[in-house]
Design a protein around this ligand. Structure first.
Ligand code: ADP
Length: 546
């Protein structure tokens, strides 16, 4: 029997409309490319979003069209998110760190009609000029006074908005209508598109504050270091207006000192980002001897948070929530907030151990681990298998990509994450590795993440990565690549002694190599693919592991 409730379609624009109505003074603070700080309220943002929706119409954008952005976190990017989806078209965020080839591929694949670009990234488009589709319109996100000299045919964002009415007749759309499009960073092969709907976006926004309430609460100042150009800044752009938290947009200055200063002056309570960013911030905290003013919560995800990073934050009074997710999951899937009674019944050591895992599932996300035959494995903390997910904000296939869809989905309609994991009986996900990063040694697996997390705790190590090197006898053996902190070079016996407190002897890396910096992916994670290429002819010392 069918229920008899009204069917009001979930709509992204309702999040901002609600904020303008119920949190009219909630603030959006942006470090601008113009060099200053811009401040306005959700109410102001809603008015300008209406103006932008009119401007989009004049540009010829109609329902279902894809409109691209190439921009830092900032208020104009925020307006674009809402105006584009609110008027029924699709906001396609492009990661400016993608290679030229990948960028052209996704602009063509998405068939973008207009691209909105920050002044910083105008040179990126200039370099692609001859390859850009001839009918792609380009709008530079600044005012007339700051328009750059360029050989491109461009329009000015503020000029487009000027004089437009500040109300818009937002259409009522079926909730399955596409609202956003984001391509995976495509470390292998071409990037693949995740097409988010209004429904999935709103549901994801509603579940975030349920699970991470200490960060996402009314009046809190939240810093998304996670970019809006990739997976919607982990959904913050939608969840913050919903609950009335203020957003502090950092623009392009993401180094430790700049992030520290911004957090200090804007009294940021909670900050969200990948471990590489927090390394920079922690170095700055060490230099200055105190955490930024008001800083009390950090959300770490995108790659594994090392135990030493968690300890440093927690010891300084900043509570850590370690989260896991994927572009294909909108993106957040699990969160590391411990059940309250664990805070009372578990030792600090046990609590920190649990925080090092990837946390428990959100409402609307189901997890299963399977063996090579696709059989389900128990959630007992021991069984390790490939992780599959299902949920309200998870893709059912890739945008216009049948082949990738077939590869990713199983017969029951679950999405294969490509991660290898175990799950404890009380629901904590433990990511062992990405399937392609695991090291296969003599028929056994070695987790690169495990080794990295331990080595990161060494005081002379700034950052590190473990990769597989081909080995004639064992198939693969681990190589540890270290970025030293200062002049000193940590020795193999020292590293072995540290690792042996946690792992078996056969899992020890065969060698250590030192580099000045680790290569990063377009989303700021260590690029294992590039590292493996860098060391593809590497010869391991003989005599190890015989
Ligand atoms: P991006 O495009 O941002 O690189 P992906 O969607 O490709 O993002 O990244 C998702 C992958 O990142 C996951 O499948 C997982 O391997 C890794 N990942 C994300 N969060 C964590 C975490 N907390 N711990 C370990 N790995 C993580």
């Amino acid at each position: 029997m069918l229920g008899q409730m009204m069917h009001r379609p979930l709509a992204v624009i309702e999040l901002l409309k609600f904020a303008a109505d119920m949190h009219p003074n909630g603030q959006l603070v942006s470090v601008r490319t113009e060099g200053d700080i811009h401040r306005y309220s959700y109410k102001d943002a809603f008015l300008r979003t209406a103006q932008l929706a009119h401007a989009l119409k004049k540009l010829g954008v109609s329902r279902g069209d894809r409109v691209a952005t190439l921009a830092w976190n900032g208020y104009r990017h925020f307006e674009l998110y809402y105006a584009i989806s609110g008027s029924g078209s699709v906001c396609h965020t492009i990661n400016p760190r993608l290679s030229a080839e990948q960028m052209i591929y996704i602009i063509e694949h998405a068939q973008d009609k207009v691209i909105f670009v920050d002044t910083t990234f105008v040179p990126v488009l200039e370099a692609l000029k001859t390859q850009l589709p001839s009918d792609l319109q380009i709008v530079v996100m600044t005012d007339a006074a700051h328009m750059p000299e360029t050989s491109l045919d461009v329009q000015c964002y503020e000029d487009l908005l000027a004089g437009e009415p500040d109300t818009f007749d937002w259409p009522e759309l079926p909730e399955e209508t596409a609202a956003g499009l984001c391509y995976t960073s495509g470390t292998t092969g071409n990037p693949k598109g995740a097409l988010y709907s209004h429904r999935s976006t709103v549901l994801h926004a509603m579940t975030l504050p349920l699970s991470i309430p200490d960060s996402l609460k009314e009046g809190n100042n939240i810093l998304p270091v996670v970019p809006m150009f990739h997976v919607n800044a982990w959904g913050l752009v939608y969840a913050a207006p919903l609950i009335g938290a203020n957003l502090i947009f950092p623009g392009g200055k993401l180094d430790g000192p700049s992030v520290y200063d911004l957090m200090n002056t804007e009294t940021v309570h909670s900050a969200w980002g990948v471990p590489t960013v927090w390394q920079g911030l922690q170095a700055e905290i060490e230099t200055r001897g105190a955490v930024p003013n008001g800083f009390s919560s950090v959300i770490i995800g995108g790659s594994a948070a090392p135990r030493s990073m968690i300890d440093k934050f927690e010891d300084a009074g900043v509570s850590v929530c370690h989260a896991w997710g994927m572009t294909e999951m909108s993106p957040v899937g699990t969160h590391g907030i411990l059940p309250t009674h664990y805070r009372k019944t578990r030792s600090v050591e046990e609590q920190r151990g649990l925080q090092s895992l990837q946390g428990r599932r959100f409402f609307g996300v189901d997890l299963k681990i399977v063996d090579e035959m696709g059989n389900r494995l128990p959630h007992d903390g021991h069984a390790i298998g490939e992780l599959y997910v299902r949920g309200n904000a998870i893709i059912s296939g890739y945008y216009e990509n049948e082949k990738a869809t077939q590869d990713a989905m199983d017969a029951e309609g679950w999405f294969g994450t490509g991660d290898i994991a175990s799950i404890t009986a009380d629901g904590f996900l433990s990511i062992q590795d990405r399937a392609k990063d695991l090291i296969k040694s003599g028929g056994e697996w070695i987790s690169s993440i495990d080794l990295e997390n331990i080595v990161m705790g060494h005081p002379e190590v700034a950052s590190c990565a473990v990769i597989a090197i081909a080995h004639p006898k064992w198939d693969e053996r681990p190589l540890l690549v270290v970025v030293p902190k200062g002049e000193a070079r940590v020795t193999k016996p020292e590293i072995d002694a540290l690792l042996l407190q946690h792992v078996a002897k056969w899992q020890l890396p065969d060698a250590i190599e030192f580099v000045d910096a680790l290569p990063l992916t377009a989303t700021g994670k260590v690029s294992k693919l590039t590292l493996r290429q860098m060391f593809k002819d590497y010869e391991l010392p003989t005599g190890e592991q015989e």
